[in-house]
Design a protein around this ligand. Structure first.
Ligand SMILES: [Zn+2]
Length: 197
């Protein structure tokens, strides 16, 4: 029979970035010195799980129907930045030099992993392009093969037929790494030096 200590370690190891040793250290901390902290963590986690949902417009985390970015009237609604993941959005926000709006794809095309165009919110994107006055679309996807294929698909199937002005960031980003992996300065430069497609 697996002890509850082992179960706890096993669950902790599923957290990204936590290896076997860290899982054991954290489990011991919770059980020995950090009992009160563990209760606080439980409470805050359960509150976050209940109150945080997905923004119905861009796909970001939000406590309301629209996230703080979508509902901010000072953001430039004529520029839409398309990113793969929520951490990518936050990485771009940290650079402080993008003031437009976002669309999160929640993935990228990958036939091997069974992710096809129908699995990405592309119909939603088309609807946004139809309903909002978007002048420039920035494809802020990584520079691995799947991200590149996703950019090409969106460009050819959606943006070019609509005659949308599209740019692509990517210069100087680490090869094969996602946007969220890049340091802020590199990402800042990559956004400024985006090229027209
Ligand atoms: Zn949003």
């Amino acid at each position: 029979m697996i002890s509850s200590f082992d179960t706890l370690k096993k669950i902790l190891r599923r957290i990204p970035g936590i290896g076997y040793r860290s899982a054991e250290r954290i489990a011991l901390f919770f059980l020995l010195e950090g009992k009160e902290y563990a209760q606080e963590l439980l409470k805050s986690l359960s509150h976050a799980l209940e109150s945080i949902k997905i923004c119905s417009l861009c796909g970001n985390l939000s406590e309301a129907e629209l996230c703080f970015l979508c509902s901010d009237p000072s953001r430039d609604a004529s520029t839409l930045c398309i990113v793969e993941t929520i951490p990518d959005l936050h990485a771009i926000e940290r650079t402080g030099n993008f003031r437009g709006k976002y669309q999160i794809l929640n993935g990228k095309l990958s036939p091997i992993r069974g992710i096809f165009p129908k699995n990405l919110p592309l119909e939603h994107l088309k609807k946004r392009l139809d309903q909002e006055d978007i002048q420039e679309i920035i494809l802020a996807l990584g520079n691995d093969i799947e991200s590149e294929a996703t950019c090409q698909y969106i460009l050819k199937e959606i943006l070019q037929p609509l005659g949308k002005n599209t740019t692509r960031i990517g210069f100087g980003l680490p090869s094969g790494g996602g946007i969220a992996m890049a340091d802020t300065d590199t990402l800042h430069t990559a956004i400024l030096s985006r090229r027209k497609l």
